[in-house]
Design a protein around this ligand. Structure first.
Ligand code: NAD
Length: 490
């Protein structure tokens, strides 16, 4: 079993299983009520984590207020050093961190390692961005009556950032909130997913080692309905940066009043394969994009629209690649697909697949559930209104759908309440640009899958996929306020 090493955080309970603490104002605090974190593959207990109550939450807000006072007055070169050191420390512990993600999230170790390597970059990008926060001059005399004035704006840190994160990228999505916040000079109260909080504890330890001032990062644990909603409604928290499901995102928007919110939500992402596509490169990318981390990614490939001329050929090769996937223990280097996060989730997707089959869908491969595992599953003959097409599946399940005309395929991609990212495989530049223009999504990947993301690019959705953008530079913009300065040269 992976254990978090050392530091004040680690104590032992009667059963010798570690009980962890919350990070408040630079100290690790225990609480009486604990909940259990298990290995998602074998159910072994990994540790117990305390539940934040109102009293501790109040301490966290006060600590974050002090942390903000310190960080907003810390020069940017110093904030950059803390972030760069964090990046180095993550890099030097990457094997252990990946193993922890594999155990608490059930993510296959090779994909967990990629997540850790991405977090190394996210902190490095933030370190560079900390020194690159600019204002701009404004040509005041462009307005009649503003002759003789000189104007410019500056960016100031917004205040305390409330970061609420999901289970599926438990390190890098925490990094996408904490790193830009520190770069901007904001302090953070982080509430990670209750399914995967241990890697956030590890990050807290690392950032202390990187000499983040006390109160710069505070970590609390508990449910979204309790601790999450205290964060959303507390007027002392300036901004909520949320990544998670669309229903939770809607609740947050409704209850946050005038507080700034950045919402990174779900999707039923699509890929188009036109008749000119290079199938040798498209098919392996589509298989990975559909089944990595058992499809539990917000930009996982869920719908593949394939031109009818090449549909049969595509299906045959695609299924050939799916058969090669190794399903099993996430800690094994061979594994491509691990368990889903809970058995409730694997039962949910089993019922959606069964319902689709009853409604006329054809199962090409997979469809079986064993406890938390759901076999990589491919459907065809699906209809737009089926749950497996219209809702976010968030599971190892993809539908292959033939189309006759490119314009029709673009319309099918847009026929969704979501709009996060889409992929188009084509050698036709006209079609590539038509897709860029017409698709209602936050990102179009040409000759790549919807699942592609680099950590410095603007990332986020339209429609029910969210509001605002992450990607370090863009998150820093969200986390800073513009202040206009105008000199009247009298
Ligand atoms: P979830 O919404 O169940 O939980 C996410 C976090 O929100 C958790 O910390 C949870 O405790 C908290 N939360 C839940 N309800 C809340 C409320 N009312 N107020 C405040 N906090 C609340 O999501 P999940 O199951 O952990 O993650 C899967 C979802 O996240 C999927 O829909 C996926 O598409 C989405 N996601 C989106 C992105 C993106 O960048 N767009 C990335 C990863 C995951």
């Amino acid at each position: 079993m992976f254990t978090l090493t050392g530091m004040a955080n680690t104590i032992y309970s009667d059963s010798m299983t570690e009980s962890f603490k919350m990070l408040i104002g630079g100290h690790w605090l225990p609480a009486e009520e604990l909940f259990e974190i298990t290995n998602k593959y074998n159910g072994e207990l990994l540790g117990r984590v305390p539940t934040c109550d109102k009293e501790i939450f109040e301490m966290a807000v006060r600590a974050a207020r002090d942390g903000f006072e310190t960080l907003s007055n810390t020069p940017s070169y110093q904030r950059a050093r803390i972030l760069s050191k964090t990046s180095q420390l993550i890099d030097s512990a990457k094997e252990d961190l990946a193993e922890l993600i594999a155990q608490e999230a059930g993510k296959p170790i090779k994909q967990a390692l990629t997540e850790v390597e991405r977090a190394v970059q996210t902190f490095q990008f933030a370190s560079e961005e900390a020194k690159n926060i600019h204002g701009k001059t404004v040509p005041m005399d462009a307005a009649v009556g503003s002759e003789g004035k000189v104007g410019f704006y500056l960016r100031f840190p917004a205040g305390i950032v409330g970061a609420i994160t999901p289970f599926n990228f438990p390190l890098n999505l925490v990094a996408h909130k904490v790193a830009p916040a520190i770069a901007a000079g904001c302090s953070v109260i982080l509430k990670p997913s209750s399914l995967t909080p241990l890697i956030a504890i590890k990050l807290g330890e690392i950032m202390q080692e990187a000499e983040l001032p006390a109160g710069g990062l505070n970590i609390v644990f508990g449910s979204g309905d309790a601790v999450g909603s205290w964060m959303v409604t507390d007027p002392r928290i300036a901004l909520i940066s949320f990544t998670g499901s669309p229903p939770a995102g809607k609740k947050i928007k409704e209850s946050s009043g005038l507080k700034k919110v950045v919402l990174e939500l779900g999707s039923n992402s699509a890929v188009i394969i036109d008749e000119t596509a290079d199938l040798d490169s498209a098919i392996p990318l589509c298989v990975k994009g559909s089944f990595n981390f058992a499809g539990q990614s917000c930009i996982s490939v869920q719908r593949i629209y394939v031109h009818k001329q090449i549909f049969d050929k595509f299906v045959e090769s695609f299924l050939g690649e799916v058969k090669k996937l190794k399903v099993g223990n996430p800690s094994s280097k061979e594994t491509d697909v691990g368990p889903m996060i809970t058995e409730t989730e694997s039962k949910r997707i089993e019922s959606w697949v069964n319902e689709a089959v009853r409604q006329g869908a054809k199962m090409l491969i997979g469809g079986k559930r064993q406890s938390q595992f759901f076999q990589p599953t491919v459907l065809t003959n699906v209809k737009p209104e089926m749950k497996v097409v219209a809702n976010e599946v968030f599971a190892p399940l993809v539908s292959l759908i033939p189309f006759a005309d490119f314009e029709e395929a673009l319309n099918l991609v847009n026929d969704s309440v979501y709009g996060l990212q889409a992929g188009i495989f084509t050698r036709d530049i006209q079609k590539a640009f038509a897709a860029v223009k017409k698709l209602k999504v936050g990102g179009v990947m040409i000759n790549d899958v919807s699942t592609y993301r680099a950590d410095h690019m603007p990332y986020g959705g339209v429609k029910e996929s969210g509001l605002g953008r992450e990607g370090v530079k863009y998150a820093v913009e969200e986390m800073t306020d513009i202040k206009m300065v105008c000199f009247n040269l009298i």
